[in-house]
Design a protein around this ligand. Structure first.
Ligand code: MG
Length: 250
C-alpha cells in the first residue's frame, strides 16, 4: 500500500477525530477508581463516540467484540472489557480508537487505580516518557528508525523492556496503514519522514521480559512472565517542525 501522505484538509478531519479520542480518554480517566467494572468503561466510550458523531474503530475490527480496549496489570493491549472489577493498586491501559468522517484517531493511556506501587509508577512514567521522546524525534527529514531508537533507549535506560510483537503504525482512512513503527530499532534506518504523514506511536513497555502471549479469550495480550506492562499512544502528524499531536484537546 505504501505510506499515504495526507492533505491539510484530511489532517484537519484527523484533528477532529483525535480531539474526540482525547476527550473520551479524559472522561474515562476521571472514572477510574476501585470498584468500577470494565464494561462500564466500554459503555461510556460508545455513548461518547455517538455524541460526537463518531464510531469505534475497534468494534468488529477482525471481529473484536468491544468499543474500547481495557488491559489490566500484566495485560498490555487488546483487553476485552467485561465483568472484571478494578481494584486498588491495579494499573489499567485504556485504548480508544474513533472513526470520524472516514478518518481515524487512536490513542492510549495507562492509569493507576487508587494507590499503586512505586515500581508501577516508574513503569507508567517511563512509558509515557518513551512516547514523548518518540514524538520529539518525529520530524520531517528524520528516519522512522530515529523514532524507534528513541523509544527503545528511553525505556531501556529506565530498566524496562519494549514489546517486539506489537508496533505503532501509519493511520488515516485505515486504522493500520504503512509504515509499521516498531518500538525498537536503529537511528538513521527506515523510511524518511515527510510532512503530511500521520502516525500512531505506541510504546508498550514491560517491567520484566519483552515477550508476550495471547490469552484464552483469543484477544487479550499479556506479558509472558506475568510482570506489569504499560501502553501510551498518540496519533501525530509530521510537519516541517515539531510533530503535531492530533489526539489532544488542543
Ligand atoms: Mg494503535
Amino acid at each position: 500500500m505504501g505510506i499515504i501522505v495526507k492533505s491539510p484538509q484530511e489532517i484537519d478531519i484527523m484533528r477532529k477525530a483525535g480531539r474526540i479520542v482525547a476527550a473520551i480518554l479524559v472522561l474515562l480517566k476521571k472514572r477510574i477508581e476501585p470498584g468500577i467494572i470494565t464494561e462500564e468503561l466500554d459503555a461510556i466510550t460508545v455513548h461518547e463516540l455517538s455524541q460526537h458523531g463518531a464510531t469505534s474503530a475497534f468494534k468488529g475490527y477482525r471481529g473484536f467484540p468491544a468499543n474500547l480496549c481495557v488491559s489490566v496489570n500484566e495485560e498490555l493491549v487488546h483487553g476485552n472489557p467485561g465483568k472484571r472489577v478494578l481494584e486498588d493498586g491495579d494499573i489499567v491501559s485504556l485504548d480508544v480508537g474513533a472513526i470520524f468522517q472516514g478518518f481515524h484517531g487512536d490513542a492510549a493511556i495507562t492509569v493507576g487505580v487508587g494507590k499503586i506501587s512505586p515500581r508501577a509508577e516508574a513503569l507508567l512514567e517511563a512509558t509515557e516518557g518513551a512516547l514523548n521522546v518518540g514524538i520529539a524525534s518525529a520530524r520531517s527529514g528524520a528516519r522512522l528508525g530515529d523514532i524507534s531508537a528513541a523509544i527503545q533507549s528511553f525505556a531501556e535506560s529506565r530498566g524496562f523492556s519494549v514489546v517486539r510483537e506489537y508496533v505503532g503504525h501509519g493511520i488515516g482512512r485505515q486504522m493500520h496503514e504503512d509504515p509499521q513503527i516498531p518500538n525498537f530499532g536503529s537511528l538513521g534506518q527506515g523510511p524518511l519522514l515527510q510532512r503530511g504523514m500521520t502516525l500512531a506511536l505506541e510504546p508498550m513497555v514491560n517491567a520484566g521480559d519483552w515477550r508476550t502471549k495471547v490469552g484464552s479469550d483469543g484477544w487479550t495480550v499479556a506479558t509472558a512472565d506475568g510482570n506489569l506492562s504499560a501502553h501510551f499512544e498518540h496519533t501525530i502528524a509530521i510537519t516541517d517542525g515539531e510533530a503535531e499531536i492530533l489526539t489532544t484537546l488542543g
